[in-house]
Design a protein around this ligand. Structure first.
Ligand SMILES: CC(C)(COP(=O)(O)OP(=O)(O)OC[C@H]1O[C@@H](n2cnc3c(N)ncnc32)[C@H](O)[C@@H]1OP(=O)(O)O)[C@@H](O)C(=O)NCCC(=O)NCCS
Length: 119
């Protein structure tokens, strides 16, 4: 699923995705006593149009997706998100949304490395 923000002319200026995961998601091992009754989701990285950055749109889209999951997952949800360790802006927004970093050091992923966050 996707969500985004448009400007008054209808141009898409920010975009983010989220998808349900298999219950045996490959990163589950990172969490002790993971509650398997909760629906697991992965939140994809947001992209904000360069001309619209600095307006808090990434955080708005993070909070929107978490609110959607609260509404649509009656038995609760687990949500994963990743960020490149040097993406300070992104990490700050992810932590503002309530995610906690669960990796001691970045994990090889997507041909690069990622810190992993969980809520
Ligand atoms: C990461 C990203 C989504 C954040 O966008 P955003 O929601 O506009 O970011 P914020 O509004 O939180 O602004 C963050 C910082 O950008 C800087 N900023 C402010 N105005 C800016 C502008 N006009 N242009 C660029 N950066 C600006 C400021 O340092 C601001 O921090 P502040 O809170 O101290 O003012 C965006 O930079 C992006 O699309 N990057 C490329 C894709 C990416 O890395 N996605 C994340 C993958 S996990």
């Amino acid at each position: 699923m996707c969500c985004g923000l448009r400007n008054l002319s209808g141009k898409l200026v920010a975009f983010a995705s989220y998808k349900q995961l298999p219950v045996d998601y490959k990163l589950n091992y990172l969490i002790n006593n993971l509650d398997l009754n909760k629906t697991p989701y992965y939140l994809g990285g947001a992209v904000v149009d360069e001309d619209y950055r600095g307006n808090g749109f990434q955080l708005i889209l993070l909070n929107f997706r978490l609110k959607q999951l609260k509404l649509t997952c009656p038995s609760g949800f687990n949500a994963w998100i990743t960020a490149h360790p040097e993406n300070i802006v992104s990490i700050r927004n992810i932590e503002k949304a309530g995610f906690k970093k669960i990796t001691d050091k970045p994990i090889p992923m997507y041909g690069s490395v990622r810190d992993v966050f969980f809520i």
